[in-house]
Every structure is written in C-alpha cells, then in structure tokens.
Design a protein around this ligand. Structure first.
Ligand code: DQA
Length: 145
C-alpha cells in the first residue's frame, strides 16, 4: 500500500532547527527511516517536505483523488491554515497527524489548537522521530470492520 508522509514548513531544517526541541535527526535521515520502517510494514512510503502552503494543498488534493493514506506533520500550518484544514477534510483514506514535539505542552498557546485533528484518525505527538514509525504502524494496522 502506498503511503505519503508530508512534512510542512521548516521541517526541511530538521537536525539544525532547535535541536533541543526537534532533535538532531536530519530530514533526509527521517525520510530514509520512514521508507525503511514502511518497507518492514509492507508499505510503499514516499516522504516529501515543503515550505509552500499551496504545494501542500496540491499534494493533499492528489492524495484525496488517489485515496492514499497520509501521515501529516503540517508544522506551523497545523495551528492556523484553513486551506490545510479544508484539504484534510477531503481525504478519504486514513490521515495520521504527527508532531515531533507535543505542541499542547509548549508555552505558546497558539500551538495548543490544531486544525488537522478533526480529520485525523489518530494523533502522534511528543515522540520525536519515532512518532513517524508509530504513525506508519497505525496506517499498516488492519482497519476494524
Ligand atoms: C511541530 C510543532 C509545531 O507547533 C511547529 O510549528 C512545527 C513542528 C512538531 O513537529 O513538533 O514546526 O509540528
């Protein structure tokens, strides 16, 4: 099964970006790990990252058209992008929301709200890079009838 892992703004600088919050793994390493974890789970994982909201909306719209499951770290868009919210609303295959940190326990109150969560089958947060493995495990799990 094909699965898209979509990462939003500033996640391309993982490893260099506030490592005390986001860790030292680079985005390239994260992408390699996701592909390997996916292969172990029988998933064909493709990882993408963009700093451009319209590009993310296009990717989500294509995932809706193709009924592809999505693991989404919308980064800061999580907290305010109604374009991403509306794109998530159209998905037909499972959506898993993932965050490296736990935004709800961070001091900035604007991080405490997610526009993605209403459409997420589950949310994995505060687990660092390992959270992506948990998200892929969720996608690979047979859905209850
Ligand atoms: C993040 C949390 C967001 O609040 C933040 O804007 C990010 C990354 C995370 O993975 O912890 O860019 O989504």
């Amino acid at each position: 099964m094909k699965v898209l892992v979509l990462n939003g703004p500033n996640l391309g600088r993982l490893g260099r970006r506030q490592p005390e919050i986001y860790g030292t793994t680079t985005h390239a390493d994260l992408a390699r790990s996701c592909v390997a974890w996916g292969a172990d789970l029988g998933l064909d994982v493709e990882v993408r990252q963009t700093n451009h909201e319209g590009v993310m909306v296009d990717w989500l719209n294509a995932a809706a058209d193709d009924a592809v499951p999505v693991v989404l770290n919308a980064a800061a868009w999580t907290h305010y992008s109604y374009a991403v919210h509306d794109a998530c609303a159209q998905l037909v295959a499972p959506l898993v929301e993932v965050h490296l940190s736990d935004p709800e326990t961070r001091p900035e109150t604007w991080r405490h709200h997610s526009v993605v969560t209403p459409y997420a089958a589950t949310v994995v947060k505060g687990r660092g890079v390992d959270g992506y493995r948990e998200a892929l495990e969720f996608v690979a799990r047979p859905s209850p009838l």
